[in-house]
Design a protein around this ligand. Sequence first.
Ligand SMILES: *Cc1c(COP(=O)(O)O)cnc(C)c1O
Length: 412
Amino acid sequence: MNHKKLSKFDTKIYSAIEKEKQRQEQGLEMIPSENFVSPAVLEALGSILTNKYSEGYPGKRYYGGCEFIDDAETLAIERAKKLFKAEHVNVQPLSGAPANVAVYFALLKPGDTVLGMDLSHGGHLTHGHPVTYMAKIFNFIRYKTTSAGKIDYKQIEILAKKHKPKIILVGYSAYSREINYKKIQIIADKVGAITMADIAHIAGLIAGGQMNNPVPIFDVVTTTTHKTLRGPRGGMIMCKKKWAKIIDKAVFPGFQGGPHENNIAAKAVAFKEALEPTFKTYAKQIMKNAKILEQEFKTRNYKICFNGTDNHLLLIDLNNKNLSGKEAQEALDKAGITVNKNMIPDDPRSPMDPSGIRLGTPALTSRGMREKEMKIIAGWIDQVIINRQNDKKLAEIKKQVVKMTKKFPLYK
Ligand SMILES: *Cc1c(COP(=O)(O)O)cnc(C)c1O
């Protein structure tokens, strides 16, 4: 990466970027929502497309001079359609949360009901957490997972019949198992609900053909482009033709202003990468790596929420290890391993100091790490948790972490 001008003009920002680059290079990034984009994606993001206003959609803009912007946005749309078998795609949402808000505004009136997953069972803040404005406008009802860790389809059907939701919402941030979209669609049909999936976390695994794809089945599917999909920070909405007009209107002019076309071009580049056969291998390896971590942790008597993983992430309940998620996160940070503290289903502790940690494999897999490294890393995580009060031991593990990362360079 060339930062010649920046390093001369703004030493403070340049220094922040260089330090962050070093942190990314020398640490083990295991936050499951994070990833490393390719240099080609970075180049599109840093391109002069950022200079252009282009309110509207390809062929129907409010500004002149949009012919090349139209080319880029149309490529992003066509590639996303191919990747997910979508009838209609809107690539303008600025991120995952605005994509969800735009869908709510498109399909709901104030006071309407949404049936979504309980947040401690894996749902996302934008699925109606009381701290969000959406929760003040719409009525969110929650379903949970069963004690075996599966989505409780029976409970969904009972709640759907009772509350007659306008939308049934699936798709999660901390849930690690597969989703049966057909079952949900059948329930929705019985009560006349619209089906919505938020595949923010697993979009790359779906694009890589490794997990069920809700796009051909559901009415509306939202996603981020920066998690397993390995694109720039951004959002996207896919829907059936029938919803295309009201979804597009809700994104612009309903909710957002001018689209970020540098970002949309970077999305197009990421989709091209995801259409390559090697992306399938990548998605497969993410899941193999997560499975190895699951086995390694189970052997060491860790309690895995939902009984294991079918995707890229693990939610670990630390109650039997006598420490909180926050303590584990802080100790792992000292060893150069980045995870996040997370609520477990019906967590008895507080969100700021919950019982669990959430970790995943997309970023490590992007670096080229495989089964062998996962086994070593699981051992280090266990050692950090056992020796959490021993700063000397944590520093020793950090040295080994740095040594391993040198074998898997980022942005050479
Ligand atoms: C990450 C995530 C979002 C929000 O995405 P942002 O880009 O952070 O706004 C929405 N839904 C789910 C399920 C997510 O995991």
